[in-house]
Design a protein around this ligand. Structure first.
Ligand SMILES: Nc1ncnc2c1ncn2[C@@H]1O[C@H](COP(=O)(O)OP(=O)(O)OP(=O)(O)O)[C@@H](O)[C@H]1O
Ligand SMILES: [Mg+2]
Length: 174
């Protein structure tokens, strides 16, 4: 069991993601070199309001940075990296009387590279699993621990429409 020194605060998830996207777009050399486009979609809920989560800001930043950095690293030349948020609140609004929670935000990072190598799929979240020359293979291992201490889930899939991968994690909405 891995423990973290967590400081849980109410955060605007949208703002957090916008900042990470901006930071990485400006600072990551590969974004310019590969001519990548980084997009952030669906940044409001169906009422046009930001998503709020109770989370450790710096840990969520760490998860987002790793997922976006992975997408940048494994995206092809002129690739597109898309980060999106979707909430379950629209699904739950009909049955809100019977639902205690506000639902979840699902945050996805999608790229159009070659996708996750089937050879490592089963140990993707284990320590030191990597297909990168420069990586340590700790990013997804740490991301999973962080998301799980926030009672969320993280799951990978290779895209059905074209190449690339989408990694999605959930956080409980406040
Ligand atoms: N978007 C992606 N497309 C293709 N493969 C991916 C993607 N994201 C992760 N992977 C695969 O999963 C492996 C593990 O990812 P992880 O983030 O844990 O480690 P890393 O990026 O290699 O190193 P680190 O994050 O420690 O710098 C990667 O090396 C890569 O093989
Ligand atoms: Mg990584």
């Amino acid at each position: 069991m891995h423990t973290f020194d967590t400081t849980i605060n109410r955060n605007v998830l949208n703002e957090k993601i916008r900042n990470v996207v901006k930071d990485l777009s400006n600072t990551c050399l590969q974004v310019g070199e590969k001519g990548l486009e980084i997009q952030f979609l669906n940044d409001k809920n169906y009422n046009g309001i930001d998503y709020y989560v109770n989370a450790d800001k710096s840990r969520v930043f760490q998860v987002l940075s790793n997922l976006i950095n992975n997408a940048i690293k494994f995206a092809g030349v002129n690739g597109v990296v898309t980060i999106s948020i979707k909430g379950t609140e629209s699904l739950l609004s009909d049955i809100s009387d019977t639902v205690e929670k506000n639902g979840y935000a699902f945050i996805s990072t999608k790229d159009n590279g070659n996708g996750i190598d089937p050879e490592i799929q089963s140990r993707l979240f284990s320590k030191f699993t990597t297909k990168s020359d420069i990586g340590t293979g700790l990013g997804l291992f740490i991301a999973k621990s962080i998301i799980e201490i926030h009672d969320g889930k993280i799951s990978p899939e290779n895209n059905k429409d074209g190449g690339g991968a989408t990694i999605t994690f959930s956080l409980s909405l406040d």
